[in-house]
Ligand binder design. Structure first.
Ligand SMILES: [Zn+2]
Length: 401
């Protein structure tokens, strides 16, 4: 632990203080309600430093006193909790058939969750920018009415996103080399907060890691179940993106050299034989209104219709082959199926589990569980908000207003 008393370099003082503020803020997030003495005891910062840091966090309205006290030997301690009510973090997800926006406050409390249908497959990048900027403006107007300061926006896209926020390729949207971060910032007329772009699976994994029932699981993989299939990979508690940010493209491992053609131009990719497009195509349903069509598939499966049950079992077996690759390679504690896989999970999971256990060299799939996400269709958007909160937790604190 770095403290101002052990590292008195004046040039580093602001950095040290920001780091220590973030340490205290993270402690309160994880252990609230807690006292100043608890913070000092657990972080190794001395009591005077903790008092000064807490005063600063209260001043920024990131932390507040509850009014509750805990009686200890000696005098009672005032308990602290996260405040953050004057702030909002925004996440947006663009996908083939919808755009979602989520806003949360600093403690992760959901402020709003909006979903609009959007024809991503036939929209140009500039049309998407107009749609997303319009949605973000409506969210920021709502936040302004509630007197909240927007800390930032992260937009999730189903494709390869570079570390600079450019979308190299998003096959299911038909995009190449799109400067989405730059275009959105311009469309929002330099809004005074950061605009970040990330891969949708990465963001959904962050949402699960921060907010889901598996929160805090050190080794977790999230699989998007959209027209495309991507993996968000958390190993040893951290999101792993790879050298250029393009890791996790499990949707394009080839499962069948003679299989159906994928939107990437190759044959038999996982997403072509186990993505939601494969379900709709074989069920002879239109991919235009995916949500409605998936409801129809669920209805047929519930009624025990043989063709639908066989189709879901086949898709489940293909998906299970992909999950076994993940289990063999990464040995996660859990693989979470998201998106449209969630309503189909009762029929997919048995086949997925069977394939995974049969194909992993470690006994019992290396302990890997496969579960359906409970975060709903907004998982990637929620993860976008989580990524904004991560920047606060890592020390980029908002100024007191
Ligand atoms: Zn492919």
């Amino acid at each position: 632990m770095i403290t101002s008393t052990t590292n008195p370099q004046p040039a580093d003082f602001a950095d040290v203080r920001a780091t220590n503020l973030a340490v205290v803020l993270r402690f309160v997030r994880e252990h609230a309600p807690c006292s100043r003495a608890d913070i000092a005891a657990s972080t190794g910062l001395n009591k005077a430093t903790v008092s000064s840091l807490v005063a600063d966090l209260i001043d920024r309205r990131l932390v507040r006193e509850t009014g509750l006290t805990e009686n200890r030997v000696g005098r009672p301690a005032t308990m602290l909790v996260l405040d953050g009510s004057p702030y909002a973090a925004i996440g947006v997800e663009i996908n083939v058939d919808y755009v979602t926006a989520v806003a949360v406050d600093l403690s992760g409390e959901r402020l709003l969750s909006w979903r609009r249908s959007f024809s991503g497959a036939t929209s140009s990048v500039s049309q998407a920018v107009v749609a997303v900027a319009g949605l973000v403006r409506r969210v920021t107007n709502r936040m302004a009415k509630e007197e909240r300061q927007v800390l930032g926006v992260t937009v999730g896209v189903p494709g390869l996103v570079g570390t600079d926020g450019t979308v190299l390729i998003a096959p299911n949207l038909g995009w190449r080399d799109a400067d989405l971060a730059g275009d959105l910032t311009k469309a929002l007329r330099d809004p005074g907060f950061g605009v970040q772009i990330d891969n949708d699976a990465n963001l959904a994994a962050l949402a699960e890691h921060r907010f889901g029932p598996q929160a805090g699981t050190a080794n977790l993989v999230y699989l998007t179940g959209e027209i495309g299939v991507g993996a968000g990979i958390i190993l040893d508690g951290r999101l792993r993106r790879g050298a250029r940010g393009y890791g996790g493209e499990i949707g394009h491992i080839q499962l069948d050299p003679l299989g159906a053609e994928c939107r990437c131009g190759r044959l038999g990719c996982l997403e072509a034989v186990a993505g939601i497009g494969a379900v709709l195509q074989h069920a002879a349903l239109s991919p235009a209104e995916v949500e409605i069509e998936i409801e129809e598939v669920v209805r047929l499966a519930r009624s025990g219709e043989r063709r639908t049950l066989d189709l879901l079992a086949a898709v489940g077996h293909n998906l299970g082959k992909g999950v076994s690759v993940i289990a063999n390679l990464l040995n996660p504690e859990v693989v979470i199926l998201g998106g449209y896989y969630v309503p189909l999970a009762p029929w997919l999971l048995p086949a997925v589990g069977e394939e995974m256990r049969g194909r992993t060299i470690a006994p019992d799939g290396g302990g890997c569980r496969v579960v359906a996400s409970t975060l709903g269709y907004g998982a990637a958007a929620l993860g976008g908000a989580a990524r904004v909160l991560d920047t606060v937790d890592s020390g980029r604190l908002p100024r007191p207003s």
